[in-house]
Design a binder for this molecule. Structure first.
Ligand code: HGY
Ligand code: MN
Ligand code: MN
Length: 430
């Protein structure tokens, strides 16, 4: 049964997707799926998701498992000073490597595919090349970057940002979580304070496969997303200090109500998205009220504001609208408001030539494909500061992610890994 055939038109220097002679290579789906399930068992939650906060014991266990799979695939495993893990498969030439990978830390109530799929699909590509005794000119490196989610330590994409030179190593190491525990201490505690200098490995190209985490591919019944850009991200922590007081005896005019202010900001962030239109999104992820008791006017509150837009000027407008609102609210409510920027990344355009390779390989594999934007942040956006980079998306059921219900059909996971296989082969083969 001929799966599909390709006529070799004679090598041209510009040929964008010249399948190497092993064009019927396919990944081993059951090996990939069994590893996704095995990794998903580490930090598993009762709802079927995972809780693997960066540098936690569960993150350590997952790192140990990924390192073991990398080593059993014959990769040379190295860890850098921010805990990024690199597994290298040598090429026939010692040239800058083609890199792939993602992250294995999760949000507090995540699914088992976000990040993990990209790391395991990268290892699966290595296993497939080993099984077929395929050599590549360039080395291929599979990465697992530290703290992509930013759920425990901000900013997100921390490990890849430090690797790409966007955040000083010392600043990242000295970052603490809500309990005052530092990245440096946790890396040492879990045994992943590596000794390789950050950024020492300079990549030739980077391709990350990831679940879409949004509704587009499923709604259009398309299997592959060739991700050509990624929206800008702005995270702000807002602390409001008012006055705790009696809920019954304190007249409204005398209140300095930090709880009311948290609610007012929450409602205004929704207004900002309506003012700026459909491509502006805004999320209040954290609302903490102190003392958080039914009959006490909150004296203090802390909220986080996540603003994103593909247009950087609009994102800046959203930030300044929020800033103006905080100033007015502090004055009108008699509270003190301080805001702290937790993360700020401009929109990123990925490499068009690699996006075209992804499209071509999807077509040659008989898979539907469309160009798209990433609504989520990813390690690829940081590595794109060092080399041409792009992403491959596969559909998310119901567009759901950062939720235990996160799911992608195995056929789609298989498809994405095969497109990754052939795109990496293209890039790593002279
Ligand atoms: O926040 C994000 O978009 C990513 O999941 N860290
Ligand atoms: Mn992710
Ligand atoms: Mn995520």
């Amino acid at each position: 049964m001929i799966m599909w055939e390709k006529v070799y038109p004679g090598a041209t220097a510009e040929s964008e997707s010249s399948f190497a002679p092993m064009s019927n290579l396919q990944i081993n789906t059951s090996r990939l799926m069994s590893r996704i399930d095995a990794l998903g068992a580490i930090g598993a939650t009762p709802q079927g998701g995972v809780r693997r906060l960066a540098l936690s014991d569960d993150d350590r266990a997952a790192r140990d498992q990924v390192v073991a799979w990398m080593q059993s695939a014959g990769l040379l495993v190295e860890v850098d000073r921010i805990g990024n893990i690199f597994g290298t498969r040598p090429g026939t030439e010692e040239t800058p490597p083609v890199m792939t990978g993602s992250h294995i830390d999760s949000v507090a109530n995540g699914g088992k595919l976000d990040g993990a799929y990209g790391v395991l699909a990268g290892i699966e590509v290595i296993e497939t090349l080993n099984d077929a005794a395929v050599e590549t000119t360039r080395p291929i490196v599979v990465c697992a970057f530290t703290n992509e989610e930013g759920a425990r330590f901000q900013p997100d994409m921390m490990g890849s940002l430090v690797y790409a030179g966007g955040l000083a190593l010392e600043d990242a190491l000295s970052t603490s979580d809500g309990d005052g525990i530092s990245v440096a201490d946790e890396l040492t505690r879990i045994g992943y304070a590596g000794n390789h200098d950050v950024g020492a490995m300079r990549p030739h190209a980077f391709v990350e496969v990831h679940i879409e985490q949004g509704p587009v591919l499923e709604a259009e019944a398309i299997t592959i997303g060739a991700v050509e850009n990624l929206q800008g991200i702005s995270w702000t922590g807002v602390t409001i200090t008012g006055q705790a007081n009696h809920a019954g005896t304190t007249p409204m005019r005398l209140r300095r109500d930090a709880g009311f202010c948290a609610g007012a900001i929450t409602s205004y962030v929704r207004d900002i998205t309506q003012q700026l239109g459909a491509q502006q999104v805004g999320t209040i992820g954290v609302i903490d009220l102190e003392p958080g008791i039914v009959n006490v006017v909150p004296g203090k509150s802390y909220i986080t504001v996540d603003l994103r837009n593909t247009d950087n000027e609009q994102l800046k407008q959203a930030e300044s609208l929020l800033d103006d609102f905080l100033e007015k609210l502090a004055a009108s409510e008699g509270v003190e408001i301080t805001s702290q920027r937790l993360a700020r990344f401009d929109p990123v355009r990925f490499d068009d030539a690699i996006a075209r390779r992804i499209e071509n390989n999807a077509a040659l594999l008989g898979l539907s494909c469309r160009r798209m934007t990433s609504g989520a942040g990813h390690d690829a956006q940081m590595v794109a500061r060092l080399c041409p980079a792009a992403m491959i998306f596969v559909p998310s059921m119901g567009g759901i992610s950062h939720n235990p219900a996160e799911h992608t059909d195995s056929d789609d996971l298989n498809a994405g890994a095969n497109v990754l296989l052939h795109t990496l082969l293209d890039l790593a083969t002279a």
